[in-house]
Design a protein around this ligand. Structure first.
Ligand code: ATP
Ligand code: MG
Length: 363
């Protein structure tokens, strides 16, 4: 079976380093690996509207931001199809049919949706569209027959839900759909990068992000004010690594060569951690090291973005072309789905013939 990638992001803000380690970095590697027949990258504007109904301008304005972030990280329109979800109406049609295959109870059990509802204080006023977005996500994935979905760990329940829908559809109707697998980072720190405030997840909605497009000064300020270990008051105090965001970021970004370049007195991250735990290593020194690594990682992304910002119409053109290409594929899958569901009346000559005979056999 051909290997196909689909993944995407909600245009609710610029992309941040959590997106980068959770999914974006991997996507670029996969795109360049030559192992995948197709790579589809979707800007999920329709999904973003499900919890931003008061604020459609935010979604509209952020499409270009996400597209610029994609391209500056190395997603290449010659190798990957970049498209906008709302421009593919076939996805809505698939969602409508998949809704028959999922119970309300099952949706209520989805742990990501549960915690997102809590975070947004929706309580009893959950928009139906938000509640059912896992079904819409199943449409996004299956429309492209994606085998592989590179995402952060919070998306695992969505992929599981998609697999269930696929299984049900293929059992009830015909084996048309492909069961996808999530591809989450092996590195635990990258699966759910915490925010600079130490909160469990860096997230656009929580305002605790280092954005890929932040200036060098902004990155400096954010790193220097990052959450570390509240018990580590004096340099000589023993420090704790548990929940210490600076060390989590080092786990996510630091490579051996960074020590040679920026902190040659330590042979490895393990040694740096051990010193911190023993006491005698100050937060500022560790933060400065982290900053060097972050600036080195982000500088080329920032530079590419600056170039791309000079020609915004060209970026929209990439999305338009991508959306046209994506639509063809989704239409093909939808047609197979409708045939399997036997709602292809006008193409079904056998049906027309049989019913014609039923009413005319006595003549
Ligand atoms: P929102 O707050 O609007 O939901 P978000 O920051 O959670 O935004 P999404 O667009 O929902 O971003 O997520 C896009 C992709 O990035 C998903 O694959 C998700 O798993 C991944 N991702 C988001 N935040 C993180 C993070 N902090 N660490 C690792 N991966 C992340
Ligand atoms: Mg999210």
């Amino acid at each position: 079976m051909d290997k196909i990638i689909l993944t995407g992001d909600r245009p609710t803000g610029k992309l941040h380093i959590g997106h980068y380690v959770g999914s974006l970095r991997r996507r670029v590697e996969l795109q360049n690996s030559g192992e995948y027949k197709k790579t589809y990258i979707m800007i999920a504007d329709a999904q973003a509207l499900t919890d931003n109904i008061e604020n459609p301008e935010k979604v509209r304005e952020n499409i270009i931001e996400v597209a610029l972030d994609y391209l500056s990280c190395g997603l290449d329109p010659a190798k990957a199809t970049l498209f906008i979800q709302s421009q593919i109406p076939e996805l809505c049609e698939l969602t409508f049919y998949y809704m028959d295959l999922v119970t309300v109870a099952r949706l209520q059990r989805n742990p990501t949706v549960k915690s997102e509802i809590q975070m947004r204080n929706f309580e009893a006023s959950i928009p139906v569209g938000f509640f059912t977005y896992p079904i819409s996500q199943a449409s996004d994935i299956t429309a492209f027959k994606a085998t592989t979905v590179p995402v952060g760990e919070d998306q695992l329940p969505m992929i599981e839900q998609t697999r269930e829908i696929v299984h049900k559809f293929n059992t009830v109707y015909a084996p048309v759909l492909v069961e996808p697998a999530a591809l989450i980072p092996e590195n635990e720190a990258c699966q759910r990068l915490p925010g600079t405030d130490g909160k469990a997840k860096m997230s656009k909605s929580l305002g605790n992000c280092i954005y890929l497009s932040d200036s060098a000064d902004e990155v400096h300020t954010k790193i220097m004010s990052m959450y570390t270990d509240p018990l580590h008051l004096q340099v000589s105090d023993p420090g704790h690594l548990e929940g210490n965001t600076v060390f989590t970021y080092l786990d996510a970004f630091c490579r051996p060569e960074h020590f040679e370049r920026y902190l040659p007195e330590y042979p490895s991250l393990d040694e740096l951690k051990a010193h911190y735990q023993r006491g005698g290593l100050g937060d500022v020194k560790v933060k400065k090291f982290l900053e060097k690594i972050m600036q080195e990682t982000l500088e080329p992304i920032r530079a590419r973005r600056k170039e791309l910002e000079k020609d915004i119409p060209a970026v929209y053109e990439i999305l338009k072309k991508g959306s046209e290409t994506a639509r063809e594929t989704a239409a093909q899958t939808l047609s197979e789905v409708k045939s399997a569901m036997r709602i292809n009346y006008f193409e079904d000559q056998e049906l027309i013939q049989r019913q014609s005979e039923k009413y005319n056999s006595g003549n």
